[in-house]
Design a binder for this molecule. Structure first.
Ligand code: G3H
Ligand code: 13P
Ligand code: ZN
Length: 331
């Protein structure tokens, strides 16, 4: 096994990881989606692995370029390998993919592939259509030569995507998807149908309801590329209970609102095979830590607040797997 940290590359299979091909095939046939949870640290990774092993759910571990810088790329590789080992020691048989979230250059995707990622996203959604195709195709050629799967994006989500931020969303144009998929050879496609990143997904006037996702656009896309795996970014529900705990304990998250769970459940039953959740995990952790600090101001052992935060995250992920994405008990 080559686990070299520098020049030679690491094969994801040597870390015990799988790519997303088989997962998506089963999810498409089974009417559910694979959850993709972002992580930046040990407690988040432990929570994802424990929750997915106990709820018997396949999982995609998702790392943004910011997370990669934060955690250190070499440490990340060994964390992923340790996660697979931990899952096995728990008696699990969970397929685990390690995925680059919102890769913005060929070089970043290549670097992740070379360091053991089993899946990458090349997000060329902010480029012109032809440039997005050219960039995506270049990543696909390199990735497929190593049996790594690739996600691309068409259409723009409002909110912050790492260093790129968009004020408004531009829905995916169904008339473009067939050519894009055909020309790039990509394995899955992230689309824009009304979700957005972060904790402030919709600007609502008083009394106004959260607008429905554009299921009409999704249906049109499914007609153009039948059976092709679709990805939903920005799919946190911005769990109101967490927002409330945060605000009650010194936080300030005014008008934070997300995608209602029933809409995500509906999406998961369609060609949507991957649902991305980051913000809800951040909220679960922050709410728990704020509560501990309020209730026990003398506490200064990180295990005493990170431990309960990890427990809450486990609870949240199990709930999502079972009731939102529908991936529980699908091994
Ligand atoms: O879509 C973005 C993800 O939530 C990652 O966020 O760039 O702050 O790590 P980040
Ligand atoms: P949320 O901010 O809704 O959790 O979206 C996360 C995401 O799309 C990561 O790529
Ligand atoms: Zn995203």
């Amino acid at each position: 096994m080559n686990l070299s940290t520098k020049k030679e590359s690491t094969k994801y299979a040597d870390l015990g990881l799988v790519n997303t091909r088989e997962m998506f095939k089963k999810a498409m046939a089974g009417g559910y989606a694979i959850p993709a949870y972002n992580f930046n640290n040990m407690e988040q990774l432990q929570a994802i692995i424990i929750a997915c092993t106990e709820s018997k759910s396949p999982v995609i571990l998702q790392v943004s370029s910011g997370a990669r810088k934060y955690a250190n790329q070499t440490l990340l590789k060994f964390m992923a390998m340790g996660a697979v080992q931990m899952m096995k020691e728990m008696g699990g048989t969970v397929p685990i993919a390690l995925h680059l979230d919102h890769g913005d250059t060929f070089e970043l995707c290549k670097s992740c592939i070379d360091s053991g990622f089993s899946s990458v996203m090349i997000d060329g959604s902010h480029h012109a259509f032809a440039d997005n195709i050219a960039l995506t195709r270049k990543v696909v050629e390199y990735a497929h030569s190593r049996d790594v799967t690739v996600e691309a994006e068409l259409g723009v989500l409002a909110g912050v995507e790492d260093d790129v931020s968009a004020e408004v969303s531009h829905y995916t144009k169904p008339e473009e998807v067939e050519e894009f998929v055909g020309q790039t050879g990509v394995d899955s496609l992230a689309i824009s149908i009304g979700t957005s990143h972060g904790a402030y997904k919709f600007k609502l006037k008083p009394g106004e309801e959260v607008p429905a996702l554009r299921f009409d656009i999704l249906a049109e896309i499914e007609r153009k590329i039948p059976g092709f795996p679709i990805v939903l970014h920005g799919a946190s529900s911005v769990v109101p209970e967490y927002v409330e705990i945060i605000n009650r304990n010194g936080g300030k998250l005014d008008n934070a609102v997300g995608v209602p769970e029933d809409q995500l459940r509906r999406a998961a039953k369609s060609a949507v095979c991957k649902i991305n959740i980051d913000s809800d995990g951040r909220l679960a952790i922050t709410a728990t830590i704020r509560k501990v600090f309020t209730e026990s101001p003398g506490e200064f052992d990180p295990r005493k607040y990170l431990g309960p935060a990890r427990e809450e995250l486990i609870k949240m992920i199990k709930h999502k797997n079972l009731n939102v994405v529908g991936s529980a008990n699908k091994l």
